[in-house]
Ligand binder design. Structure first.
Ligand code: ADP
Ligand code: 5GP
Length: 194
């Protein structure tokens, strides 16, 4: 079996929008550059500062749907009015090369990966409270009111699914959550976050 940081293992990080998945994963990658993070495709418009090919592959709906038909996604889902998917070839290549692979995806996608990679390790990140989740989504300042409402409605559903995951982590204090995530992923020598 081995831990999730073992070469060739697939780890899914999921949890409601705004909980801090992206923040935690970015910190994790800085500390463990051997991990490989999949870059998803999405029909969502880029946020200011987001770079095509780095944060996401920004597709129009036609291109996305073509890839769905062609079997180009490992999983895909609709989220808050947009489509998101994990391009299949790079994940398979990195796993075949023995790299530990991370996916940061929402619940429907995590369920699909559970079926296709039953041996994968799935972590659910949850907020200390729903009010704090709303504060973080609003504080991020990237979504209009309509998108915030859709994301919060979706979050209420996603938060009911934590029992489906192999591990649940509360992201209250960022440093503590990062250390807990490192331990979960088998980086047992993690001591203090700088
Ligand atoms: P997600 O990727 O889950 O949508 P983000 O990583 O974009 O969430 O985080 C949403 C907002 O919450 C960001 O402004 C981020 O800086 C902030 N944030 C993340 N973790 C914490 C934390 N532990 N405490 C307070 N704010 C946090
Ligand atoms: P955002 O628009 O905030 O970047 O992402 C919205 C949600 O889509 C987040 O919960 C994020 O984890 C999820 N997401 C990002 N990429 C993918 C993907 O490839 N597949 C799925 N299913 N969800 C994704």
């Amino acid at each position: 079996m081995g831990s999730p940081s073992t070469p060739g293992r697939l780890t899914v990080i999921s949890g409601p929008s705004g909980v801090g998945k992206g923040t935690l994963v970015a910190a994790l990658l800085q500390r463990h550059p051997d991990l490989w993070l999949s870059v998803s495709a999405t029909t969502r418009a880029p946020r200011p500062g987001e770079i095509d090919g780095a944060n996401y592959h920004f597709f129009d709906r036609e291109r996305f749907e073509y890839q769905v038909q062609a079997g180009g996604f490992l999983e895909w889902a609709e989220f808050a009015g947009n489509l998101y998917g994990t391009p299949r070839p790079p994940v398979e290549q990195h796993l075949a090369q023995g790299r530990p692979v991370l996916l940061e995806i929402e619940l429907e996608g995590a369920r699909q990966v559970r079926r296709s990679f039953p041996a994968g390790f799935q972590v659910f990140i949850k907020p200390p409270s729903f009010e704090e989740l709303e504060r973080r989504i609003r504080g991020r300042g990237t979504d209009d009111e309509e998108a915030i409402k859709r994301r919060l409605a979706r979050a209420r559903q996603e938060l009911m699914a934590e029992a489906e995951f192999d591990a649940v982590l509360v992201n209250a204090d960022l440093g503590v959550a990062l250390e807990e995530l490192e331990l979960l992923l088998g980086f047992g020598d993690a001591c203090h976050v700088q």
